[in-house]
Design a protein around this ligand. Structure first.
Ligand code: GDD
Ligand code: MG
Length: 348
């Protein structure tokens, strides 16, 4: 068994964070996101991983290298043009002519992957899709199943009146290599609109795996990117290795840092500053009496004296001026600079 991670999307819904940082390596609790997926694979004994890239591939390769730092072997495929999800699978064909786990490269989960593979093999399935329940399936792929776990219907991005169940495609598949032959070569093709409905028409043994209980989130919008952080900080994601909550940094004794917050190396936190339920990347400066709460701040950002940041995501190398207020839902791209006393919308 080996793995293919689909990581070629543009991450448009996560702009401005993805302008300089491709979505697969945006920091989640100060680690490039794909490392969480690599951990999941390695724990299930899968060490041959192909990363399927298209957008900003060099930035991803630079961060992850050949995988040896993480105990795996990473090979890269780079599509000249995005080929769609199944087109990317076909494009990697030469590398993955064996049973393969496919991940959408933007899912944070504590799924028991070994259990998925066992069930897939036990059923002798051609394809298995992991499902998860969500409140509103409209921005996902809705999946209806029979009582024995066979997939009855796959409906990508259903309209409100088409929503019949709350189970969706969780973006994890186990696929037998013969189904590569059903994917047209050299043209864009999609699992969700093309191959999966086609497997049903062909009567292939196409099954759902429904985990007993697992954490699941697609990190692809700012709100969900933020939620993933809050969930990790609160310990709601099992089987997940996080960096130490406290790196090596300078902090005044009169600063207040709560237990949940995660502070990377080389930060400076001045007297009277408060850091609550937040993540600070490497080398951030939080000036006197500034307050950062429920927020994610990327490396080398400075928050000025008396500024308040609440419920916000602030990119790399930003400057939040003195007494500025950055409210809930604000997302600042890298190198943003807010003049002293700026007020953005959103509740503080
Ligand atoms: N290599 C490559 N080439 N990767 C791609 C391409 C492509 O052309 N297009 C998308 N991807 C990657 C993205 O980088 C992402 O990791 C993954 O495929 C899914 O694409 P998204 O654009 O994030 O899709 P989505 O979130 O709207 O929907 C998908 O995920 C849902 C779960 O989050 C679908 O698979 C839904 O059915 C599913 O419910
Ligand atoms: Mg997505």
């Amino acid at each position: 068994m080996q793995a293919l991670i689909l990581a070629g999307g543009k991450g448009t819904r996560l702009r401005p964070l993805t302008v300089y940082t491709p979505k697969p390596v945006v920091p989640i609790c100060n680690r490039p996101f794909l490392l969480y997926q690599i951990d999941t694979l390695r724990r299930a004994g899968i060490t041959h991983i192909t990363l399927s890239l298209s957008y900003q591939p060099l930035k991803i390769e630079q961060q992850l290298g050949d995988g040896s730092d993480y105990g795996v072997k990473i090979t890269y495929t780079v599509e000249p043009q995005p080929m769609g999800t199944a087109g990317a699978y076909k494009f990697a064909e030469e590398l993955i002519r064996e049973p393969t786990v496919v991940f959408n490269g933007d899912i944070l989960t504590d799924l028991d992957l070994e259990a998925v593979i066992r069930e897939h093999q036990g059923r002798k399935a051609a394809a298995t899709v992991v499902l998860t329940p969500v409140d509103n399936p409209s921005s996902y792929g809705l999946v209806e199943t029979e009582s024995d776990g066979r997939i009855r219907r796959f409906l990508e991005k259903p309209k409100a009146d088409e929503i019949s169940v709350n189970t969706i495609n969780a973006g994890t598949y186990v696929l037998e290599p013969h189904i590569l032959d059903y994917v047209p070569a050299g043209e864009p093709y999609s699992f969700e609109y093309g191959l999966f409905p086609d497997l049903l028409k062909r009567g292939e043994s196409f099954y759902a795996h429904i985990p007993q209980q697992s954490y699941w989130i697609d990190i692809g919008t700012p709100a969900r990117y933020m939620q993933a952080h809050l969930d990790l900080l609160a310990g709601r994601v099992a089987r997940t290795e996080l960096p130490a909550r406290r790196g090596e940094f300078d902090s005044a004794t009169a600063a207040e840092i709560d237990e949940l917050s995660m502070i990377a190396d080389d930060c400076t936190i001045k007297p009277g500053a408060q850091i609550i339920n937040s993540v600070l990347g490497q080398g951030c400066h939080i000036e006197e009496k500034a307050r950062v709460e429920n927020s994610v701040i990327w490396p080398h950002t400075r928050v000025g004296t008396g500024a308040q940041v609440f419920g916000a995501i602030i990119g790399r190398g930003c400057h939040v001026g003195r007494s500025a207020q950055v409210g809930a839902g604000a997302v600042l791209g890298d190198k943003s600079s807010l003049t002293d006393y700026t007020q953005t919308g959103g509740a503080l």
